[in-house]
Design a protein around this ligand. Structure first.
Ligand SMILES: Cc1ncc(COP(=O)(O)O)c(C=O)c1O
Length: 369
C-alpha cells in the first residue's frame, strides 16, 4: 500500500486466531464441541419483534438518523420502566447500528485526537481500545480514578456490568466517576448492555438519579438490544444522555450516513415496548448460569465477580491458555482472559450463550470424573 499506511496496522492482531488450535482440539470430542467462547445469542427472536420488522418491510424511503419519534419514545419509556432512569428527553436518544459500531467510532465522533487520553477498564471489551486507536488517542487502563493522578482524560469508558468479568460497580463507585467527570470536564461513556442481566445485587445506570442526581451533563449511556432481546443479528442499539453531546453525535452521524435501517427501527420499537420477552430470556440465561456455575465449581474452578452479564469469569489459578487446553480436552471452548487485558491472564471467560442441550453437555463433561 501507499505511504499513507494501513489503518489496520494501528490495531491489535485479531486475537481469535490464537485459539484456532484449541478450537480444533475441542471439535474432535465425540459429543461435538460446546462453544462457550463468544457471547452470541442462540435463542430465537421474539415473534412480536419479527412481526414489527416485517410490517415495516415495504417502506422504501431513507430512515432518519435520529430514529423515529416512536423509537425514541420507546427507548425513554423502557429506560424508565426497566432501569429507573428519569428526566431523559426524547431528543437525547440516538440509535446506533449495534453498539460496537458506536463504541469503535465514539472517540473520533467526539473529535478526540493525539493529545487526548481515553481511559478504559483494566480488563475490558476490546472495542474501547480499538475506538481510541482509530482516533489516534492515548490510552490508559484503570479501574480506579486514583490511578490516573492529576491527568485529565477526554473520555472515560465504564462498563458495569462488565464484559468479561461480570463485575457490577456499586453506587458509590459510580458517583465518584460522575464527580470526577464534573470536576475535570471528562465525558463518561457508560456501556450498559448487560444492565438487564443482573443476577446478584443491584446494577445501576450512570443516568440513574441515585448516581448522577438527575444531571446528565457529560454522561452517555450506551444500550444494546443484542443480548437482552436477542437482536445481535439485527444490529440494534442506542446512546442516550447529555442532550448537547447527543446532538453533536447526531450532527456528525447525519453527515456520515450512519442510519439504522427503518425496519430495524420498527423492530427496536417493538422490543423496547415489551418487557415479557426480555424477562423470559433472562430466565433462560439464569437457568444456564446456575447449571454451569455449579459444574465449574465442582470441577475446581473459582468464579470471580460474575454477579451480572452473560459470562462466568473463571480461574483454575494457572495461565488461561493452560485452562483453555484443559477445557478443550473435554470438548469445551472458552475465551482466554488475556484477550481482555494483561490482568486477565489467569482467567477464562465462559459464556452462557449456548442452548440448554449444549450447556447440559458441558456440565456433564466438567463433572464427569
Ligand atoms: C461490553 C459490550 N459492549 C458492546 C457490545 C456490542 O454489542 P452490539 O454491537 O451487538 O450492540 C458487546 C458485545 O458483546 C459487549 O460485550
Amino acid at each position: 500500500m501507499s505511504a499513507r499506511g494501513r489503518v489496520s496496522s494501528l490495531l491489535p492482531d485479531f486475537p481469535w486466531d490464537t485459539i484456532a488450535s484449541v478450537k480444533a482440539k475441542a471439535a474432535t470430542h465425540p459429543g461435538g464441541i460446546v462453544d462457550l467462547s463468544v457471547g452470541t445469542p442462540v435463542d430465537p427472536v421474539d415473534p412480536i419483534i419479527r412481526a414489527a420488522l416485517s410490517a415495516a418491510a415495504a417502506v422504501p424511503g431513507y430512515p432518519m438518523t435520529h430514529g423515529t419519534p416512536q423509537l425514541r419514545a420507546a427507548a425513554v419509556d423502557a429506560l424508565e420502566r426497566r432501569y429507573g432512569i428519569i428526566g431523559l428527553d426524547q431528543a437525547a436518544v440516538l440509535p446506533a447500528i449495534g453498539t460496537k459500531e458506536l463504541i469503535a467510532g465514539l472517540p473520533r465522533l467526539l473529535g478526540l485526537g493525539a493529545d487526548d487520553l481515553v481511559v478504559i477498564p483494566e480488563v475490558a471489551y476490546p472495542t474501547y481500545e480499538v475506538g481510541a486507536l482509530l482516533a489516534g488517542a492515548q490510552i490508559a487502563r484503570a479501574d480506579g480514578l486514583t490511578q490516573l493522578g492529576p491527568r485529565r482524560p477526554a473520555l472515560l469508558f465504564v462498563n458495569s456490568p462488565s464484559n468479561p468479568t461480570g463485575r457490577v460497580l456499586g453506587v458509590e463507585h459510580l458517583r465518584k466517576v460522575v464527580e470526577f467527570a464534573r470536576e475535570r470536564d471528562v465525558i463518561v461513556a457508560s456501556d450498559e448492555c448487560y444492565l438487564g442481566l443482573t443476577w446478584e445485587g443491584r446494577a445501576l445506570s450512570i443516568l440513574h438519579p441515585e448516581v448522577c442526581d438527575g444531571d446528565h451533563t457529560n454522561l452517555l449511556a450506551v444500550h444494546s438490544l443484542s443480548k437482552t432481546s436477542n437482536l445481535a443479528s439485527y444490529r440494534a442499539g442506542f446512546v442516550a444522555g447529555d442532550p448537547a453531546l447527543v446532538a453533536e453525535l447526531l450532527e456528525v452521524r447525519k453527515h456520515a450516513g450512519m442510519m439504522v435501517p427503518y425496519p430495524i427501527q420498527a423492530a427496536m420499537t417493538a422490543a423496547l415496548g415489551d418487557d415479557a420477552h426480555e424477562a423470559e430470556q433472562r430466565e433462560r440465561y439464569g437457568h444456564r448460569r446456575e447449571i454451569l456455575r455449579k459444574a465449574l465449581e465442582q470441577a475446581g474452578f473459582r468464579i470471580d465477580h460474575s454477579e451480572a452479564g452473560l459470562y462466568l469469569w473463571s480461574t483454575r489459578g494457572e495461565s488461561c491458555r493452560d485452562t483453555l487446553d484443559w477445557l478443550a480436552d473435554r470438548g469445551i471452548l472458552a475465551a482466554p482472559g488475556d484477550f481482555y487485558g494483561p490482568t486477565g491472564a489467569q482467567h477464562v471467560r465462559i459464556a452462557l450463550t449456548a442452548t440448554d442441550e449444549r450447556i447440559a453437555a458441558a456440565a456433564e463433561r466438567l463433572t464427569d470424573g
